[in-house]
Ligand binder design. Structure first.
Ligand code: PEP
Ligand code: MG
Length: 581
């Protein structure tokens, strides 16, 4: 193959492999021609704009309904923000006035106003405002295509293996492109916690974010998107192409159905040690039934999605019903509900939230909840009321000091006291654990382990905080490496502390489902691995081949390695040996 092979390292948004031809679409770049119109044509132009807006609103409502049906109401509601934008009468009135005054075509004026608005928002120091740009551009793209009459009435279908490369993605676009049979997506901007990321993950569409992707990836080129590690390979070799093809089959949506064929859950190592394999979930979806049928527990339920979809904290009743449904669905296993892990980048600004230069280092996770005790207690009340089946646990995110755990426990005790007084039943021994995902928690793991009921290591954040490399920033993606010996040592310290205090230690970051890391984690003595559901089958099969006594010998050499590549090499050697057995 003559075309030059190149690799772009981006950040992982949604795991899985996509292979195909790049289709570069850069909306927002399209120039709308400026046309002078006669005074008599103003009415017709405004009517065309109103029609395009009405058609967009209808389309969004339809999307909202179908997403709601397929993925649950929580996802459907994501479109509410776009509906509000499309229907913003103040904005539309300004557009109408300008058309009347300047006598220019509706498309030109509408586009001009959209650009003015987004240009302002892009300058905002608040991530929340900057994320609005994607929503606005998504709506504008729809309105413009209706205005120009370019939108095809029958849905377009891309050729098999088309990979969309674009500036940004809204949740609606992810669903649309998926419906049009796109195999994967690359965007230039977007965070792992954005709505679009959550939707892409639940739809199992591989998505990667890489700066300047539209310029760096030639339209029509043959590419591989490795959504798992965030890389894009342009013009891969034939051997690479074939290897990725095999990997794609293993990781794709069909892998979920393979869960049903797993002979035993929990899987056992070759020497008979059971390893608890669990799933990470964000919101209800088709995978729930498969997991609950197989009695696979939920090791991490990211409840902040409830906030993100409503753009506010849901009331107690709504939360109670939601958690109860989960408890019932997983009645034969268990669910670990992580309390809202929200930061100033995601919480709607109000008197409590200040603009922060470094949201990841700021008012996040348990910190923000302890300062909003009523909100925290409301969530705890809802969880406790739903806990009567005794299969729910509470997980506190971003604990960096033991005092935070104690404060949270005091609030939980207050809620329990109130419920008892009201004679409302609940599980009074509900386990309360913490995420160890910042170095201070790992370094004081003994102190924490003596207090808590269980520990869950969040390797995604632990890596970002240990390496001081923002997990959403593709510029420092080279530094963001969970295999760095510093991260490995912090994991080991935490696991050891858990063992000394007889407290279960789970891993729920991406590392838990990484086949390279699994033998090492078992060697360290981790009791439970919670992962993206797409990883479960491969992990269970791998676990059956591992001898827990032998993998203990991997630990010391890894911890004393001098670099991440050295760690990877050692783990790869073990893997090769296992495969050649
Ligand atoms: C983690 O940090 O590893 C984790 C599991 O939590 P999240 O990815 O939701 O921050
Ligand atoms: Mg985390």
């Amino acid at each position: 193959m003559s075309a030059r092979r190149r690799v772009i390292k981006g950040i992982s948004i949604s795991s899985g492999i996509a292979q195909g031809r790049a289709r570069v679409i850069a909306p927002g770049q399209q120039k709308v021609p400026e046309m002078r119109i006669a005074a008599a044509a103003v009415k017709t132009e405004i009517a065309a704009l109103d029609r395009a807006v009405a058609e967009t609103v209808d389309e969004l409502k339809q999307l909202r309904r179908s997403a709601g049906r397929k993925l649950g109401d929580a996802v459907g509601k994501v479109f509410d923000a776009q509906l509000l934008i499309a229907n913003d009468q103040e904005f539309l009135n300004r557009v109408r006035e300008e058309i009347t005054e300047r006598k220019r075509n509706a498309g030109f004026i509408y586009n001009l106003f959209v650009h003015r608005t987004t240009a302002e928002l892009k300058k905002s120091s608040e991530q929340y405002m900057r994320q609005m740009v994607q929503e606005i551009e998504g709506v504008a793209h729809r309105v413009m295509s209706h205005l120009g009459g370019t939108r095809k009435k029958s849905p377009i279908r891309y050729r098999e293996g088309t990979i969309i490369v674009t500036r940004s993605l809204t949740p609606g676009e992810v669903i649309n492109y998926r419906n049009m049979k796109a195999a994967g997506m690359v965007a230039e901007a977007g965070g792992r916690h954005s709505h679009m990321a959550l939707i892409a993950r639940s739809l199992m569409i591989p998505v990667t974010v890489a700066g300047n992707a539209c310029e760096r990836i030639p339209n029509g080129s043959r590419i591989v998107v490795d959504g798992t590690n965030g890389s894009i390979i342009i013009n891969p070799t034939d051997k690479e192409w074939a290897d990725f093809h095999k990997k794609r089959k293993r990781l794709g949506p069909a892998s979920l159905r393979r869960i049903k064929k797993l002979p035993e859950i929990p899987p056992e190592t070759a020497d008979g040690v059971p390893v608890n394999v669990a799933a990470n979930l964000e919101f209800p979806g088709p995978v729930d039934d498969i997991l609950s049928d197989q009695k696979i527990p939920v090791g991490l339920y990211r409840t902040e999605f409830l906030y993100l979809e409503a753009d506010d904290f849901p009331d107690e009743e709504a939360q109670y019903k939601y958690y109860l449904r989960l408890a019932e669905k997983f009645s034969r296993s268990s669910v670990i509900l992580r309390t809202f892990d929200l930061g100033s980048d995601k919480i709607k600004p109000d008197s409590l939230t200040a603009v922060e230069d470094n949201p990841a280092l700021g008012w996040r996770g348990i910190r923000s909840m302890l300062e909003q005790p009523e909100t925290f207690k409301r969530q705890i009340r809802a969880i406790l009321r739903a806990s009567t089946l005794k299969n729910l646990s509470i997980l506190l995110p971003m604990i960096s000091d033991v005092s935070e755990y104690k404060k949270a426990r005091r609030l939980i005790a207050q809620v329990m006291f109130e419920l008892r007084k009201e004679k409302t039943p609940f599980h009074s021994d509900i386990p309360v654990g913490i995420m160890v995902e910042v170095p201070s928690a790992a370094l004081t793991a003994d102190l924490l382990a003596s207090e808590v009921d269980f520990i869950s290591i969040g390797t995604n954040d632990l890596t970002q905080y240990t390496m001081s490399a923002d997990r959403n920033n593709s510029r420092v993606a080279g530094l963001y490496n969970p295999y760095h010996p510093s991260v490995m040592n912090l994991i080991k310290m935490t696991v050891d502390a858990g063992r000394r205090h007889n407290k279960p230690v789970n891993i729920c970051g991406e590392l838990a489902g990484d086949p390279l890391a699994v033998p090492l984690l078992i060697g360290m003595g981790v009791s439970s691995l919670s992962m993206n559901p797409a990883r479960i089958v491969d992990c269970c099969r791998l676990i059956k081949k591992i001898d827990s006594r032998l993998v203990r010998h991997l630990v010391e050499p890894v911890l004393s390695s001098n670099s991440a590549p050295a760690v990877v090499r050692k783990l790869q050697n073990y893997r090769n040996a296992l495969e050649n057995k």
